[in-house]
Design a protein around this ligand. Sequence first.
Ligand code: 5HY
Length: 253
Amino acid sequence: MKLLIVNPNTTAGMTDKIGDAARSVAAPGTDILAVNPDSGPVSIEGHYDEAYCVPGLLEEMARGKAAGVDAAIVACFDDPGLGACRELMDVPVLGICEAAMYAAAMTAGSFSVVTTLKRATPIIGALALRYGMERHCRSIRAAEVPVLALEEPGSDAADKVKAEVRRALEEDGAEAVLLGCAGMADLARRFTEEVGAPVIDGVAAAVKLAEGLVGLGLKTSKAGSFAAPRAKPYAGRYAAMAPGAPAAARAAE
Ligand code: 5HY
């Protein structure tokens, strides 16, 4: 199967890390296509960044649709534009936050999340409510590191994340900890061994859940919530993204 993974920010090094994490768990028959938009925020830290990452995210999704991918993943822990991607795509589309929460809910009595900046915690809290996971979620902690600090060689960002993972386990009653940023995808295995409890990366969780959904022959239901967008013109710079615009026009964008 062909699995599209879109890092919605524009930092290619992070996209490479996400692709590596995905390939490390993918089944032999799963081809991973890890991409990011050319335009948009270099990192997503709050609502404004999130809003401006979605057009580029949708353009990459449209390219994947034209290329015939079998499933797609939004590789940002805010799950930005997930509903819009599900309207656009017929194949399953997973967000790494939702995937990680489902994986934790099926393997642990409770979980916490450790993300980057404190400003991300209410966004993730709102997602837990949307996904009906608030009953499993003991806490959402922030290591107070910028997203791109995780990309800097020699940074102490990973140590700060691990310290919060330990606190979540020792102080908050968490029985598993989710890594609340796609840029942490390379830390899950090492942290799991070091802290002695499941530390879950949403990228890997989404890859395996996507493989399962495709194996079941499931696609995104068009019966209502994720029905295709109604055809209409879009004015200005997004004209090529108008619902019903020729796919060739989009792919050429
Ligand atoms: C992410 N930001 O996964 C989110 C997480 C965060 O650029 N990729 C980003 O820290 O908000």
